[in-house]
Design a protein around this ligand. Structure first.
Ligand code: C2O
Length: 494
């Protein structure tokens, strides 16, 4: 892994994670990108250098550090045209931010067009020297990070309107139907040892149901939030979500399938040896593929997840009991998505630049119809009915975690101890999700479906939080911006 102070070169390179070779867009030349790790309290200085040359794909870039709050450093959040201009080839940008009060499992990805589907994605681990769950596990390191992703055999700019992944990958390797029997990822364990597995779902589209044959495991973290331990044997993990689970290697010495079965219909899950599998190998077991079969009967239910501390949702304990109450009605028309009748189109001037150039109210920000506002300290409630085409949609809010006071598939509310997270599935037709958070982080924060194809089909909006209090940027950042945004210099009135 790389530490909190690092240079990350974004490069093109041909890779064949599932046996099919194609050019990709990669952080430091590897897929997934290197794990970025640090401790709670660290200052991260990540210099991203754009060395891209393959014009079959996007050559500009921008990186988002998914789940980190970026309190007072909104400019380092990364979404192109929301908080910055994309980095263009030959240029670099320094993402300089601290992580004072967060620990857990996060990830990073390109936030420019659909570029992360071409490879630019990886895990972030923030260790907590005072982890309240520390007594529950023995091992927690780079080897126990597990990424789940999808992979495509075409370049994202050439993807059809409804892209279908060719394969699912665990820790960056997998197999596709009709492809060769390429090596699968092996997670090595020692019998009698307890492992903190940090599972990061970094796909562009499918959810994955994660399980390990003949093993149960205990969830202790969801999206960077410690939760009360919950024993399960499978979890449906949506794009963008993360979990830490404690796996006790207490079964007979053997090889066991680790499974991540995708939701995408055209991908046929395998029962053994094929795609979307990895190998759990006990020390002493032969280096062969498992022959185990999977049965699961203890799925994770989101309403059974409860925060370890400060569990209460903000606002009054009744639906609509926030200071600002919004509803997002999502429609799909052809392949365009609309929120309350509006398709998100990236503005030509990034929203943050509009704010720093003097836009004094959310109402004057572009893109019109896609900006929602909240003032400092207000509790925001957002209701999102499920059911739009291509779902269930996992929605993500930057700059915050939110309390899921009504989960998909539930009629009832929980204001007392609902899970807090930063991505939630809004479910299917007839479902409705309700989330709550407190506007305590001035800045424009992107909100979108984390099926990356849908984001770029307009399933997005911006919460412009306390526009008047957005911190100004320092000279180094504005110098970097005038480099990256020459055409916008007229708007920079700093
Ligand atoms: Cu992980 Cu706006 O995204």
């Amino acid at each position: 892994s790389i530490g909190p102070v690092a240079t990350i070169d974004i490069v093109n390179k041909v890779i064949s994670p599932d046996g099919f070779s194609r050019d990709a867009v990669l952080a430091s030349g590897v897929f997934p990108g290197p794990i970025i790790s640090g401790n709670k309290g660290d200052n991260f200085k990540l210099t991203v250098v754009d060395q891209l040359t393959d014009t079959n794909m996007d050559t500009a870039t921008s990186i988002h550090w998914h789940g980190l709050f970026q309190h007072s450093t909104n400019y380092a959040d990364g979404p192109a045209f929301v908080t910055q201009c994309p980095i263009v080839p030959g240029n670099s940008f320094l993402y300089d931010f601290t992580v004072p009060d967060q620990a857990g499992t996060y990830w990073y990805h390109s936030h420019f067009h659909n570029q992360y589907c071409d490879g630019l994605r990886g895990a972030i681990v923030i260790y907590d020297p005072d982890d309240p769950h520390a007594s529950l596990y023995d091992v927690d390191n780079d080897e126990t990070v597990i990424t789940l992703s999808d992979w495509y055999h075409y370049y994202s700019p050439l993807a059809p309107p409804v892209p279908i992944p060719a394969s699912g990958l665990i820790n960056g390797v997998g197999r596709y139907i009709g492809g060769p029997n390429t090596p699968l990822s092996v997670v090595n364990v020692v019998k009698g040892t307890r492992y903190r597995l940090r599972i990061a779902q970094i796909a562009c589209d499918p959810s994955f149901t994660f399980s390990i044959d003949d093993h149960q495991f205990t969830i202790i973290e969801a999206d960077g939030q410690n939760v009360q331990p919950l024993l399960v044997d499978n979890i449906e993990i949506f794009v963008g979500q993360r979990y830490s689970v404690v796996l006790n290697a207490n079964q007979p010495v053997n090889n066991y399938w680790i499974r991540a079965l995708p939701s995408t219909l055209l991908q046929v899950p395998t029962t053994a040896g094929g795609q979307n599998c990895a190998i759990l190998r006990y020390s002493g077991a032969p280096a062969v593929e498992p022959t185990t079969s999977g049965t699961t009967n203890l799925p994770m239910v989101e309403t059974n997840l409860h925060p370890l501390t400060s569990p209460t949702a903000p606002g009054k304990p009744v639906p609509g009991g926030a200071d600002v109450n919004y509803q997002f009605d999502v429609l799909s028309l052809g392949v365009a998505f609309l929120i309350n009748g509006v398709t998100f189109l990236p503005p030509s001037v990034p929203v943050l630049l509009q704010i720093l150039s003097g836009a004094s109210s959310a109402a004057s920000l572009l893109p019109q119809g896609s900006i929602y506002s909240a003032n400092q300290g207000q509790v925001v409630e957002l209701v999102i009915p499920g059911g739009a085409f291509g779902g269930p949609h996992p929605v993500h809010l930057h700059g915050h975690t939110f309390s899921v006071v009504r989960s998909a598939g539930n009629a009832s509310y929980n204001f007392v101890n609902p899970v807090k997270r930063d991505v939630v599935s809004i479910g299917n037709l007839g479902d409705a999700v309700t989330i709550r958070w407190t506007a305590d982080n001035p800045g424009p924060w992107f909100f979108h479906c984390h099926i990356d194809w849908h984001l770029n089909q307009g399933f997005a909006a911006v919460f412009a939080e306390d526009v008047a209090q957005v911190p100004s940027i320092d000279g180094d950042v504005s110098a970097a911006w005038s480099q990256l945004c020459p055409q916008y210099n007229a708007h920079l009135n700093l």
